[in-house]
Design a binder for this molecule. Structure first.
Ligand code: COA
Length: 188
């Protein structure tokens, strides 16, 4: 297990709880995959074809996490509650497309919180830790892509000072279905 980067106590209407924030390792792939699949199935219901969501499995996503953690240059910070395991994560690194300078622009590639833990401040804390890390690495701007149909995430990013910057693209990972995305950006 990696050393905590941060520790936080969150006060909610359900009471207060504490989370540790630390860099993910290969021991965490099942927890990361579980958060990702639960979050996708809840957040994207009605926005992404049910056949695609229904086909997502923790085993498949865990394999993908092994690949990401072993091979990628990105960083993954997770939130862990002692009694509940992984409850959220953020994965970030250099910007992937070619229309912005990769040495100046970082990208949040994935940010997911388990639906049972939405609206407790975990997503905000994970984003703040990504911002802190990107600043330390010398990046000048942080961007991310959000589905046009994902209004909750858009409101979340706007609340943290991200703004639409005019970038748009269509993701073709789902056969016969267009995922339209817009880019949000924040100066660091
Ligand atoms: C988007 C997501 C990461 C936000 O994480 P979270 O831990 O629930 O968000 P936080 O509790 O840190 O919210 C911080 C602030 O963002 C805003 N916000 C968060 N969710 C919101 C929503 N559904 N509607 C409106 N504003 C919202 C609020 O201002 C909130 O502060 P408040 O609760 O004090 O009012 C989480 O909801 C999630 O995993 N969603 C599904 C996956 C997803 O959409 N990921 C982003 C893909 S690009």
């Amino acid at each position: 297990m990696t050393l905590p980067i941060s520790q936080g106590t969150f006060n909610t209407h359900m009471g207060s709880f504490s989370s540790v924030f630390r860099e993910a390792t290969l021991d965490d792939v099942a927890g990361l995959a579980e958060v990702q699949v639960s979050s996708w199935k809840t957040a994207y219901q009605g926005k992404i074809p049910p056949s695609y969501l229904g086909g997502m499995t923790v085993v498949q996503e865990a394999k993908e996490w092994i690949r990401i953690l072993q091979n990628s240059t990105t960083k993954t910070i997770l939130a862990q509650q002692t009694d509940k395991g992984v409850v959220g994560f953020v994965n970030f690194g250099n910007y992937r497309d070619d229309d912005l300078p990769k040495d100046e622009v970082a990208e949040i590639r994935a940010l997911y919180v388990h639906p049972e833990h939405w609206r407790k401040g975990i997503g905000k804390k994970l984003t703040e830790l990504a911002i802190q890390d990107c600043k330390k690495s010398g990046y000048k701007q942080l961007v991310l892509w959000v589905l046009d149909s994902n209004e909750s995430a858009q409101l979340f990013y706007q609340s943290l000072g991200f703004q639409l910057d005019g970038g748009v693209k269509t993701d073709g990972r789902i056969p016969d279905f267009e995922l339209r995305e817009s880019r949000f950006s924040k100066r660091l």
